[in-house]
Structures are given as structure tokens and as C-alpha cells.
Design a protein around this ligand. Structure first.
Ligand SMILES: [Zn+2]
Ligand SMILES: [Zn+2]
Length: 408
């Protein structure tokens, strides 16, 4: 299959974003789109993609082209647009397709990226389209590279306060003070050991300074509590805690901490003696310091209990369509070199930190408020929040340029 004229024009524009912040064009009607889908790759991809609004999902291929019949409503098409959300400082990593209906808009998202290995043209590559495909899973080396880069950027670049548009300093917007000494470790921390190790151990600190992460998560209704630290397991835990005995959320948090090469992790159920009332009251009173001083809070935001894990994002299998952007080198509309651009139905469901089960717990808002930096693990993938940067892996996209000072 080839591409229809309208899709070809759109792809050219996508490669050459003009000096404006968004790129939209009217798409043909759903009926025409469905007809075009038999001969155009991109139209075909769009018709097979899920369109969502807050309540419903429709797939055009299976719908009556005039009315999109869903569970209890009949949606009538009003308008249809396709657009790239373009910020000239950033890469283009997704395309939004919208259908306006009598009951409000439906949106679908397409991931877009240029094939990184395509070097067919000798001309300079100036396209802003992302060069790397979407992440294959939460635990891939590329995923970990992104989250490590967020922290590294925060520690080394976020050392000055943000400035507002009138040139005034915005208070309380410095993330990192380069000369700051390390903070005092909490009373007890987990020593996560090396990536290969199948165990961790509990360390009782003695006013040492150091970097540590903390976990923010839902316990949920757990029947098995034998893995927690109690008066009877405390001595065993100082010697060794077998990873396989721990709930998945805790195992995943240990894995993330190891990926950052940080030695210590604080988790309430292991670092506070659960059946010692005095210990519990004393340590609970220090919680503000624990979250306020930790280098990073890992928020298992997509899990409603401790068995579900941090790695919960729902990624779609990538089956991209690939279009060559300049079939004829002589076509003067193409100022960009020939290259391969890939489109796939967006691999991540929408779902930010505030949509997940964890955000509904009152104490959690306090943990998040106290933390300097938070890595959110959500069904929509990873996202990051510090005083300077709010970003998601979709926006960051694994690029080397990264977002600017982006307030998502
Ligand atoms: Zn088309
Ligand atoms: Zn920061």
C-alpha cells in the first residue's frame, strides 16, 4: 500500500514544522477515511486505533461510519482532525487524531519515530521526529536509561531557581545544591546489594550520611505479613532477606534502586518494627525527614496493593507502519531528505500519577509533597516530578536532547 495524498502532505508537514506550536489538518470524514483505509497505510492504521473519551472507546473499523455505537450512546461525527502536538524545543513523538462528536471529542494517539538506522540521504537531517521507537517494556535498558537521565539532569542542572516570564526568581524552585553534604540516613535502611544478588539486608545506621531512596506504595489487604520486620524477624533481617520472600512491589523497587547504583532503600514495612509500638511511634514521627531527605521517592502509583509491582505499564505490542517520505527525490515539496517514518498505535494508555490507585490515599499526598523528586511508575509508563521538571517518558521519549523546562 501507499499513502493517500492527504496523509503524504501531513507527513511532509510533520517533518517540517513551521514556526507555530501546533500542526493540525482536517481529516476526511470517517466514511471517506474507512474507504481510504483499503489503499492508504496511515488511514488504515488510524481506523484500527482505539479512540477514547472519558467513558467510551470506539474503533472506527468496526463502527457504523455515520454513528459510532457504544455501550449506551450513539455518537454522531461532527469533525475530524489529525495533528502533531509540536513544541519547537522538543522532538515530535506522538500524533493526536481527534473526532469531534455530538457528545464531545474522542482522541487516539499514534507514536511516531524515524527509523534510526536509515541513513539513505547525504543531506543534513533536520527533522524533529523522534529517532527512537517507543519503549518495549518497563525493565528494558532503554527504560532505565531514561529514569537515570532524569535524576542525573536534576542533580547536575537543576541548581538554579526558575525564572518567570518577567525575569523574577520563583521561590523554592531549586532542586539540587551542588555543594550540599549528603543527608543523614534513617534509623534503619535496606542495603540493596548488587544487581545479581538474590537477597538484601536490613542495616541499623549510626548517624551515617548517605544517599537513599524511599518507596511510596499501597500495602493493600495483605494476608501474608511474614516478610515484614517484627521483633521476631529483626535479627534475621539484619543478616539477610531473601528477595523471593518479598511482595513484588518491593522487589521491583529494589531492582530500580540497584539500577541507579544507590545502596540504600527505605520501606516502612521493613524499616519500622511493625509489632513494636514504641518503635512505630518514634519512626512514624520521623517520616517527614525520611521522605524529605531521600534522594528519590519511587512511587508505585499504578498498583493498588504490594503484590502488583512497580512495573505495571500497559504497553502495546509495536506493529508500526513505515512510510518513506520522499518517494521521488525531485519532488520540490520535499526539502527533507528521504527517510523512514514509523507510526504505531500509541503503546501506552493514558494514566498519570493522579489517576492511579495510590493517589487516592491521604497519607500519600503528604509523602509526595515532602519528596524532592518522585519517580512515578504508572500504567501509562514512567513519569518524573521535581521542582524544575515534570515529564513523562512519552515526552522525553528516550531522546538525548530531553525536554526543556517543561511544566506538564
Ligand atoms: Zn491516508
Ligand atoms: Zn530537578
Amino acid at each position: 500500500m501507499a499513502m493517500c495524498e492527504e496523509c503524504s502532505s501531513f507527513v511532509i508537514h510533520l517533518q517540517q514544522p513551521a514556526d507555530r506550536s501546533s500542526l493540525h489538518r482536517d481529516l476526511k470524514s470517517v466514511t471517506a477515511l474507512l474507504r481510504s483505509a483499503s489503499t492508504c497505510d496511515l488511514c488504515n492504521l488510524i481506523t484500527g486505533t482505539e479512540f477514547n473519551n472519558t467513558k467510551d472507546t470506539i474503533i472506527l473499523k468496526t463502527c457504523d461510519p455515520r454513528y459510532y455505537l457504544s455501550s449506551d450512546q450513539s455518537y454522531k461525527e461532527k469533525a475530524m482532525t489529525i495533528g502533531g502536538r509540536i513544541n519547537l524545543d522538543k522532538e515530535i513523538s506522538e500524533v493526536t487524531v481527534s473526532i469531534s462528536t455530538n457528545f464531545g471529542p474522542f482522541h487516539a494517539y499514534l507514536d511516531v519515530w524515524e527509523s534510526p538506522d536509515d541513513q539513505t540521504s547525504s543531506r543534513a537531517r533536520t527533522s524533529r521526529i523522534r529517532k527512537s521507537p517507543p519503549l518495549p517494556n518497563d525493565e528494558s535498558p532503554r527504560s532505565f536509561a531514561i529514569i537515570r537521565k532524569w535524576l542525573a539532569t536534576c542533580l547536575t542542572d537543576h541548581t538554579k531557581p526558575r525564572i518567570d516570564k518577567w525575569g523574577q526568581i520563583i521561590a523554592n524552585t531549586i532542586c539540587s545544591i551542588p555543594s550540599a553534604t549528603k543527608t543523614r540516613l534513617p534509623t534503619r535502611v535496606l542495603d540493596v546489594g548488587s544487581c545479581e544478588s538474590d537477597s538484601v539486608k536490613l542495616v541499623i545506621t549510626q548517624n551515617e550520611l548517605g544517599d537513599y531512596f524511599a518507596l511510596s506504595y499501597c500495602w493493600g489487604r495483605i494476608s501474608d505479613t511474614t516478610w515484614q520486620t517484627t521483633r521476631s524477624t529483626l535479627q534475621d533481617h539484619i543478616l539477610r532477606i531473601q528477595l523471593s520472600a518479598l511482595p513484588k512491589t518491593i522487589q521491583d523497587a529494589i531492582k530500580i534502586t540497584r539500577e541507579f547504583n544507590v545502596q540504600y532503600l527505605w520501606i516502612d514495612s521493613l524499616c519500622i518494627v511493625q509489632d513494636d509500638k514504641d518503635d512505630w511511634l518514634r519512626e512514624a514521627g520521623r517520616m517527614c525527614d525520611v521522605y524529605g531527605n531521600c534522594q528519590l521517592t519511587i512511587a508505585a502509583a499504578g498498583a493498588s496493593d504490594s503484590t502488583q509491582g512497580c512495573f505495571v505499564s500497559q504497553r502495546r505490542e509495536q506493529r508500526p507502519i513505515t512510510v518513506r517520505t520522499n518517494p521521488s527525490e525531485d519532488d520540490e515539496r520535499f526539502q527533507q531528505p528521504n527517510c523512514q517514518i514509523n507510526f504505531a498505535s500509541a503503546s501506552l494508555k493514558r494514566g498519570g500519577p493522579s489517576d492511579g490507585p495510590l493517589a487516592k490515599r491521604a497519607w500519600v499526598t503528604q509523602e509526595w509533597y515532602l519528596s524532592k523528586r518522585i519517580l512515578f511508575c504508572t500504567i501509562g509508563g514512567y513519569s518524573w516530578k521535581c521542582k524544575t521538571l515534570a515529564s513523562t517518558e512519552r515526552r522525553w521519549g528516550g531522546s538525548n536532547t530531553g525536554p526543556g523546562r517543561n511544566q506538564a
